[in-house]
Write a protein that binds this ligand. Structure first.
Ligand code: FAD
Ligand code: SF4
Length: 511
């Protein structure tokens, strides 16, 4: 009896126990499909990155004597949806059992469960063997608690996996969290090593995508694709991070700069989210490297990194499975505006947005603080509908998969979940951006001005937002001070602020 095993584009786990089984009676199938390229408008590098990584993984399996069916995007047999393709293969190869790995996206989970109900043969779902928590561990951890503060989950994970712990009980370095040390501005020093990029020729895949007529956006260099698309590439990016970037990762985690798209960030999210790397091995490699170089690397750098993967990444996945499908519709602040058109071009005079958006269009990447405090901050201050914000984030970043995109965007960044992920909205005026970047130096607008034609738009938008959402936040203790400052503004000043904010929101193209 033959078994058909499905491998989705983000299930490229080389160490999955499936591959230890006797290859004789198992057929593995990969599919490049319009259902996946078209559910949102994607950056071209994202489509290329996924296809390239899938093709490499299929090749890896073939070289190890596994039987692989690969449906390319222009393959005549390709019906472009999962159920149609699977049905075709089940009858063509006289399959006796269908197996798949649990998808990380809710829509695929539903689609595959529904599909299995239609089958007359056996089917079985397997774990992806990637994450450190199961889908519902987080829900169990917070059962009966009012607030799901990430920090407690993170500490529990540190204990459970014995990461940066002393005697199984105390945090290494005497503190659980070195967040306060992770907030330096970067002003040209220390020198940032060039990113571990690649110069891959992806013109073949690009031609296939063009021939298929897939719509996309953003830039790509055909002969110089720079993302990791194989296990070897991914390990080399990890190794490069440990050797060259870890030393200052924590220090400049929140820094922003016009000329530096990556600073000391790892660029590992695509390799992790496609499962070419496991979170466990990434954490292990970084901690081991630090242990061997303790005299050069401070614990705050490594703890800052571990927190992102052992803490935030697993936490976001848990929130996703706890809150879906309702999460996708949440809009607790009732924001209704359209996303400004300049998000798709970078054509704005606001220097922080111009740089963050152009870098995103060029690289399919922005680091966390650009996503949170520049593009996310502006979208929230202008009260943009979270559906529009989600579609943009889901499309533009190479690492964007719904489970981690929506929890970060709708939750952490847009406060649309009403405070499940964040205890207060991540909004700021221009002064925070000025503190952490060099954007304001070369901007048309004056960061210190609150009103007036050349005043920084973030300033009036910030106070306007607080004023308009005052009712919602009046019982939030973390907002008390800001609301008090708002109350201290004279009627005349607030009136000017609100008129300026209304103009910015109504006419984004002018700014
Ligand atoms: P580094 O800064 O080097 O961090 C190391 C790793 O930690 C990352 O690779 C990532 O796996 C993990 N990590 C860091 N922060 C988070 C976080 N908040 N949630 C989950 N994992 C985290 N990350 C995605 O992987 N996919 C997304 O679609 C995504 N969308 C986002 C949208 C918004 C609005 C915001 C504010 C953040 C989003 N993030 C997303 C989280 C974070 O910005 C990216 O993981 C990070 O920028 C990827 O770059 P890096 O690999 O260089 O990360
Ligand atoms: Fe952005 Fe305002 Fe600074 Fe200009 S002045 S870069 S708009 S924060």
């Amino acid at each position: 009896m033959k078994t058909l095993r499905l491998i989705l584009g983000d299930q490229l786990n080389h160490h999955h126990s499936w591959f230890r089984d006797d290859p004789g009676e198992v057929l593995y199938v990969f599919m490049e499909m319009r259902q996946e390229t078209d559910y949102v408008l994607h950056h071209i590098q994202k489509v290329v990155g996924f296809f390239c990584a899938m093709q490499n993984f299929a090749q890896y399996l073939k070289e190890r004597e596994h039987q692989v069916i690969y449906l390319g995007i222009n393959d005549r047999k390709n019906k472009q949806t999962l159920p149609e393709n699977l049905n075709g293969l089940l009858s063509e190869y006289e399959i006796g059992k269908f197996e798949y790995q649990l998808p990380d996206e809710y829509r695929l989970d539903v689609q595959l469960r529904d599909f299995c109900k239609t089958l007359s043969i056996d089917s079985e779902a397997f774990d992806t063997e990637h994450f450190l928590t199961s889908r519902d561990d987080l829900a169990r951890f917070y059962e009966g608690k009012q607030q799901m503060t990430m920090e407690y989950f993170y500490r529990d994970m540190r204990r459970k996996y014995d990461v940066l712990m002393v005697n199984d009980a105390d945090p290494e370095g005497g503190q659980w969290n070195f967040d306060a040390a992770n907030r330096r501005k970067w002003s040209g020093k220390p020198e940032i090593p060039h990113e571990r990029g690649f110069r891959k020729d992806v013109s073949g895949i690009l031609n296939e995508i063009r021939q298929a007529g897939i719509k996309s956006f953003g830039q790509i260099e055909e002969t110089s694709f720079h993302w990791p698309t194989s296990r070897e590439d991914s390990l080399s990016v990890l190794n490069y991070f440990c050797k060259h970037l870890l030393v200052h990762f924590g220090d400049f985690q929140d820094a922003l700069h016009t000329e530096q798209a990556y600073l000391f960030h790892s660029r590992l999210s695509f390799a992790l989210n496609t499962k070419m790397l496991s979170p466990k091995e990434v954490i292990q490699a970084v901690v081991d490297y630090w242990r061997a170089h303790k005299d050069e690397i401070d614990i705050s750098q490594v703890e800052g990194f571990v927190r992102q993967i052992l803490g935030w990444r697993e936490y976001m996945r848990g929130i996703y499975w706890k809150e879906m499908p309702g999460y996708k519709r949440s809009n607790k602040l009732d924001n209704q505006n359209e996303l400004p058109a300049f998000y798709w071009s970078g054509d704005t005079k606001m220097n922080c947005l111009k740089h963050s958006i152009r870098q995103s269009l060029n690289n399919a990447y922005a680091h966390h603080i650009q996503r949170l405090m520049i593009t996310g901050n502006y979208a929230l201050l202008t009260q943009t509908h979270p559906d529009e914000v989600d579609a943009w984030y889901l499309g533009i970043y190479i690492d964007a998969l719904e489970w981690v995109e929506i929890t970060n965007t709708r939750g952490m960044s847009q406060f649309a979940d009403g405070g499940i992920v964040a205890t207060k909205p991540y909004v700021s005026s221009g002064s925070y951006i000025n503190k952490m970047s060099n954007y304001c130096k070369e901007c048309t607008y004056k960061v210190k001005d609150k009103t007036g034609e050349l005043s920084c738009p973030f300033n009036s938008l910030y106070w306007n937002f607080l004023d308009e959402k005052r009712e919602f936040f009046k019982h939030n203790r973390r907002m008390t001070m800001m609301l008090k400052m708002l109350d201290e503004k004279s009627g005349d000043e607030l009136d000017k602020i609100k008129r300026r904010a209304a103009d910015i929101i109504a006419n984004p193209q002018k700014f």
